[in-house]
Design a protein around this ligand. Structure first.
Ligand SMILES: Cc1cc2nc3c(=O)[nH]c(=O)nc-3n(C[C@H](O)[C@H](O)[C@H](O)COP(=O)(O)O)c2cc1C
Length: 177
């Protein structure tokens, strides 16, 4: 798995989906990013919970011109960065059987990677590493990572790799706000 991020001079965008300090999902993603960095990768990390952005407004501005999302908020730079990146790391906990709202809002905005003919604007070969943590056992919520794998492929990413860490639930030990 680490080999995915070990190609030389990769550009990596690291999206941190957990709002928590000392987040497990963030820690796992950071381990991959640190290894990649040692191999010369350039990492841009963004913690969604510390950014100001809205959900998709359904304006279809991304289908009308050559730009990506037309909403001028903190995600505009991130979306631009992802379009230039070799690998996108998304780390997220499960909240109520899915990703947290912050992560869903972010993913909705990636709709702007599709043009008006439903073709991807992304260049070939981009990779996604999807890190999912959860309180429940392994048998639960496999379908969530599988769903996001399909979504990322539909948006135009070539490869999606899933990492799951299960049975992590002890808020007092794991971190605080
Ligand atoms: C609001 C909320 C909802 C949660 N819902 C679920 C859930 O539906 N299923 C589950 O297995 N864990 C659930 N959890 C537990 C987290 O997914 C789990 O603790 C995870 O390891 C946290 O990851 P993090 O340390 O990266 O934030 C929930 C936690 C919170 C705070």
């Amino acid at each position: 798995m680490l080999r995915i991020l070990e190609e030389e001079k990769m550009k990596i965008t690291n999206i941190i989906g957990s709002p928590r300090k000392n987040s497990k999902s963030c820690e796992i993603a950071a381990a991959f990013c640190n290894t990649a960095e040692k191999n010369g990768a350039v990492i841009n990390s963004y913690k969604l919970n510390e950014m100001n952005f809205s959900g998709c407004q359904g304006c279809y501005g991304c289908k009308r011109d050559k730009n990506y999302c037309v909403i001028k908020d903190d995600l505009q730079e991130v979306i631009e960065k992802i379009s230039e990146t070799d690998a996108l790391v998304i780390s997220t906990p499960i909240y109520i059987w899915d990703v947290p709202g912050q992560v869903k809002c972010f993913i909705d905005r990636l709709y702007s990677f599709k043009d008006s003919d439903w073709k991807t604007k992304l260049s070939d070969g981009k990779k996604v590493i999807f890190v999912q943590t959860q309180g429940r056992e392994e048998g639960m919520f496999k379908n969530v990572s599988e769903k996001y794998e399909q979504i990322m492929k539909t948006l135009g990413f070539s490869e999606v790799h899933i990492i799951r860490a299960c049975n992590f639930v002890n808020p007092n030990k794991e971190g605080s706000i």
